[in-house]
Ligand binder design. Structure first.
Ligand SMILES: [Zn+2]
Length: 337
């Protein structure tokens, strides 16, 4: 039988809807029967349906939380619409807002120059849409399995990769040794060398020379196939030193072997199963690119902060020392940027 008991009221998750107040602390339960809260800052009481921070005023926060948890794990929007009797536009709106929020969380917690990124793997995946193939570029750090950033574009080119590489740099500790393991796509090398460089101030007038980050290694992992059969994996050091590249690889991977792109390929496979828009070749007109980006950031951020990784005994964000506990989806939603 269906459990129809309402979940407990959670005053700690609620923001005061009084626009002159907006307090997020000092809120208590006013009545469990009427499901109303009281704000101790302004003294007003309000219904639980109006205490939702970013997600409209018509639905209780717990519904928003459950829906967003389902969306993060790839539950299709029509299933959510059917199960909760929601309007499709409402669900799309929550997903957009969650995606925007997740992007800000990534920017404020991940891309702040504090992550020991060590080995970075970057890769692209594509999905067919009615408007043509859509490319998704992603990057992660191997040691903590932290997803760093993603970008979506109609073309597989430098413009797709560069914002991702820029955020990798933003996340990395200044001038730490880094190994990039990428596929044979030439634009990676160009983008990485463009982003990872600094002006050398010589004291002379004019534009300073730009110097590439000193301890930077780029290894291309190129898979040669005959038909679908993989016949040979070629590894090319295109920048830096092989000895440094090997040392970083050994320090960041548990299962050793050769430098590879297996970690990002596995993460992208996970993203594929968690983002149904990628898997199902349904209508994705150009206007849906933003929705797909929202889905990517929401899924990526939930993966970083809420999902316990089997081999890490914690979340990627914990392994990267960005937090000390597993976040609930509610906590992620209410995180104040
Ligand atoms: Zn208030």
């Amino acid at each position: 039988m269906l459990n129809t008991t309402l979940p407990p009221m959670r005053p700690e998750l609620v923001v005061c809807p009084n626009s002159a107040c907006g307090a997020s602390g000092r809120i208590g339960v006013h009545s469990t029967k009427e499901r109303r809260y009281r704000c101790h800052t302004c003294g007003k009481t309000f219904a639980e349906t109006s205490g939702t921070p970013h997600f409209g005023l018509k639905h209780p926060l717990w519904v928003v939380g459950v829906v967003l948890a389902l969306l993060a794990c790839g539950c299709p929007v029509p299933a959510v619409v059917f199960a909760f009797g929601l309007d499709e536009r409402t669900v799309a709106d929550w997903q957009s807002k969650a995606g925007q929020h997740a992007k800000t969380v990534q920017q404020q917690l991940v891309c702040q120059g504090a992550v020991d990124v060590g080995q970075v793997q970057a890769d692209e995946l594509y999905t067919k849409t009615q408007a043509g193939p859509l490319w998704i570029a992603t990057a992660m750090t191997v040691f903590s399995r932290l997803w760093l950033w993603g970008a979506i574009g109609w073309k597989r080119d430098g413009a797709l990769l560069e914002p991702v590489i820029e955020q990798v740099r933003a996340a990395a500790q200044p001038h730490q040794p880094i190994l990039f393991a990428v596929d044979g796509f030439r634009a990676y090398v160009t983008s990485i060398l463009k982003v990872f460089r600094d002006p050398l101030h010589s004291g002379k007038v004019g534009r300073p020379r730009l110097l590439v980050w000193e301890d930077l290694q780029i290894v291309q992992v190129v898979k040669h196939r005959v038909g679908r059969r993989l016949v040979r994996i070629e590894r090319r050091l295109v920048h830096g030193s092989l000895a440094c590249a090997e040392a970083i690889m050994q320090a960041t991977q548990v299962d050793l072997g050769c430098i590879n792109t297996a970690y990002i390929e596995r993460l992208n496979a996970t993203l594929r199963t968690w983002m149904p828009a990628l898997v199902r070749r349904t209508r994705t007109p150009s206007g849906r690119r933003g929705q797909l980006e929202a889905a990517l950031f929401w899924t990526g951020c939930v993966y970083n902060f809420c999902h316990v990784h089997a081999t890490l005994a914690g979340t990627p964000a914990m392994a990267a020392d960005l937090t000390d506990h597993v976040w609930s989806v509610d906590e992620l939603i209410r995180y104040r940027c």
